[in-house]
Design a binder for this molecule. Structure first.
Ligand SMILES: [Zn+2]
Length: 365
């Protein structure tokens, strides 16, 4: 739009026409900070273009080296309005009264980190906006998106640090370089693969292909035969809670009855339950069940595939109207993970998929 008002700090203007509207006469008195939820600034900004599916936008996009003007400050951008009646914003008219600043991530899920230079560029812009609109530079007026509506945004961004540096810019003292926010200590270190920003069709197809190609690898550690001291075996099945566990137990019981009619079913025990997993053990099984041509663990791995893979490889809609795929590989060790990543990048190259391999990355969870 012509005559758009931007900070003098901008390094460029994105020429695309983005979603925006009138401020309804409401004065600007808040700055709301966001993370892109992607490491690709263009993917983020393209979702703000008028006519796109997401219907969102922001005034600025920040990267480690840029401050990009997207929606003129005199207009409202659609960045903090909440998702509907069940998610009322905690301040009135959040979009009409605020300037929304989006920041590109330096890493994807689960940490969604930001480069320290992005934080400093954001702080520089926050200071400039506070000065021009006479907005107090404090945590009541500079807010993270999640302080306005229920959201995981701004990801790994430390809003306190942005305000601290912005105050230093306003005082005329150069900010001390911010230390990168230490990544939260991971609870567990399992290997997964993330495919971000693909279409629904691409997401559906790749999920099906991954499940077909990697069922065995994904399930390897979930269904195991463990030799007991007395030479007999325990079949160990890591399953979920609730319905998944009931279904697993029912199928196990059915198969034990048909293949090992003499097996005493009270030897099946539920152990090691936690919040979302539990292990079923069929103890004291004959060694012959696992040493023959059709080992029972392999049989059960196949027979339980659909139940056990549910929630392991899936697609979910993201905030930008595209889809993200998560492949949580219980069975990928550190060595396998790199190989499987390469294989999945190759799978994505199929003619009917054409998923850019830079959108396919490994992650720990
Ligand atoms: Zn946000």
């Amino acid at each position: 739009m012509a005559g758009e008002v931007f900070s003098n700090l901008i390094t460029s203007v994105n020429p695309k026409v983005m979603n925006s509207g009138s401020r309804q006469g409401i004065k600007i008195d808040r700055i709301i900070l966001h993370h892109n939820a992607t490491t690709n600034k263009d993917v983020a900004m393209n979702t703000w273009v008028q006519g796109g599916a997401a219907g969102t936008s922001a005034h600025y996009e920040i990267t480690p080296t840029e401050i990009i003007g997207c929606v003129g400050e005199q207009y409202a951008a659609w960045h903090a309005g909440g998702t509907g009646p069940a998610d009322p914003p905690r301040i009135a008219n959040p979009n009409y009264r605020s300037i929304g600043i989006e920041n590109v991530n330096s890493s994807g899920t689960p940490n969604w980190s930001l480069d320290p230079r992005t934080i400093t560029n954001c702080a520089r812009l926050v200071a400039d906006i506070c000065k021009r609109y006479n907005i107090p530079c404090d945590r009541q007026h500079v807010l993270g998106h999640n302080e306005v509506t229920a959201t995981a945004c701004p990801g790994g961004m430390n809003v306190d640090e942005v305000v601290r540096q912005a105050k230093q810019f306003l005082n005329g003292s150069a900010p001390t370089p911010s230390k990168p926010t230490p990544a939260p200590t991971p609870q567990a270190k399992k290997n997964g693969i993330a495919i971000d920003n693909v279409s629904k069709d691409q997401a559906t197809k790749i999920v099906q292909r991954v499940q077909t190609n990697y069922a065995w690898t994904l399930l390897r550690d979930k269904v195991k035969a463990v030799k007991q001291k007395d030479g007999r075996y325990t079949l160990s099945i890591r399953t979920g809670r609730g319905k998944r566990q009931e279904q697993t137990r029912a199928r196990l019981s059915q198969e034990l009855k048909s293949y090992y009619p003499g097996y005493i079913q009270s030897n099946v025990a539920l152990v090691n339950g936690d919040k979302d997993s539990a292990t079923l053990e069929a103890r004291n099984m004959p060694a012959s069940a696992f040493n023959g041509k059709n080992p029972f663990d392999v049989h059960m791995r196949n027979f339980l595939k659909d139940i056990l893979l549910d929630g392991q490889t899936y697609a979910e809609a993201n905030a930008y109207g595209t889809y993200d795929v998560r492949i949580k590989g219980e069975g990928f060790n550190d060595h396998d993970a790199a190989i499987v990543l390469k294989q999945i990048q190759d799978l994505g190259k199929a003619k009917d998929l054409k998923i850019d391999s830079t959108h396919i990355k490994g992650f720990k969870y």
